[in-house]
Design a protein around this ligand. Structure first.
Ligand SMILES: Cc1cc2nc3c(=O)[nH]c(=O)nc-3n(C[C@H](O)[C@H](O)[C@H](O)COP(=O)(O)OP(=O)(O)OC[C@H]3O[C@@H](n4cnc5c(N)ncnc54)[C@H](O)[C@@H]3O)c2cc1C
Ligand code: FES
Length: 284
């Protein structure tokens, strides 16, 4: 199990200061953070796919994935979609405000196993946050990884998040980046329809491709089935799952899923692993 015990007491939230807030769209903000403890800032490490438990006193605590890459150290970034009590409160915070952080928790993406492969990223909405971490990590590794194809679906053109990253990826010689929206708006001249439709617009070599998928459960279900039909092996289709979490470290059982604790056994799973479990993301 890969948990980086760089914070000595895993139960104790450590204070972190917001140095920048980036508005990604009307519901998603990226918070740039550093620990108040400078020694912890220097020693802290994480891997793409892992998450932090973020807290605000009197508001609660929630798991949020790293959207930054450890290959760009100094600060960490967490991209938060407004969904309820804690995330609403976070969206009220500006530069200089403090939050509590515990972690990092969870299994990361298997970055060593996918070296040399072409990578196909399929994301919906805030699902691009954890994939942004691994995309930027892979682009920073010179030629360790093959071609990166990024397919991203949003509800409307106004809901497209991470526009600055999408622009950079579009211009990158090793990356292809395609967007689609469920519902069009005046001024949008790109594809309209669910993200699986973009798979018709690209060439995939199944034997050399690893797919990384993140989005709402319904999207995951359709994308996994489609990738399997295209011919990708189930061990080469990787996704991240969301379950309600409390402790984040395998104690409370809130994230239980058919014998697994998603906080320590996941949140990253291959489709091969999921097929052995009774999970809603695979139900027809
Ligand atoms: C491993 C992991 C990584 C995550 N990474 C991110 C991320 O990078 N960015 C991000 O914006 N969100 C992420 N989430 C989801 C985020 O944790 C929830 O949106 C958050 O817990 C909501 O907290 P809240 O107090 O604001 O909402 P609450 O007031 O607790 O809930 C609002 C609504 O959302 C539902 N809800 C709460 N948590 C979840 C959940 N985990 N899954 C499904 N429904 C839920 C509640 O049932 C309720 O209907 C992640 C979740 C997990 C498990
Ligand atoms: S969140 Fe407590 S066991 Fe997973």
């Amino acid at each position: 199990m890969t948990i980086n015990h760089t914070i000595e007491n895993s139960y104790l939230p450590r204070p972190a200061r917001i140095s920048e807030v980036i508005e990604e769209n009307s519901r998603i903000k990226t918070f740039v953070l550093s620990f108040a403890d400078q020694e912890l800032n220097r020693s802290f490490s994480y891997r793409p796919g892992q998450f932090m438990m973020v807290s605000i006193p009197h508001c609660g605590e929630a798991p949020i994935s790293f959207s930054s890459t450890p290959s760009r150290p100094g600060t960490i970034q967490l991209s938060v979609r407004r969904a309820g009590r804690l995330t609403d409160a976070m969206h009220q915070l500006g530069t200089g405000a403090m939050v509590g952080l515990r972690g990092p928790f969870g299994r990361p993406f298997p970055l060593d196993r996918i070296i040399g492969r072409d990578l196909l990223f399929v994301a919906g909405g805030i699902g691009l946050a954890p994939l942004r971490s691994v995309i930027n990590y892979c682009l920073d590794q010179d030629n360790s990884y093959g071609r990166l194809t990024i397919l991203y679906g949003s509800r409307t053109p106004d809901d497209i998040a991470f526009k600055r990253d999408l622009d950079l990826w579009r211009q990158h010689p090793r990356a292809t980046c395609l967007l689609t929206v469920d519902q069009t708006r005046p001024g949008w001249d790109g594809p309209v329809g669910v993200v699986t439709g973009l798979l018709d617009a690209i060439e995939v070599t199944p034997a050399n491709t690893v797919a990384l998928v993140c989005g709402p459960p319904l999207m995951i279900r359709f994308v996994l089935a489609r990738l399997s039909r295209i011919g990708l092996k189930e061990k080469n289709i990787i996704t991240t799952l969301e379950r309600q979490m409390k402790c984040g470290l395998g104690i409370c059982g809130h994230c239980h899923m058919d014998g697994q604790l998603v906080c320590v056994d996941g949140p990253v799973y291959t489709m091969a692993q999921l097929l052995e479990l009774d999970v809603m993301e695979l139900h027809p």
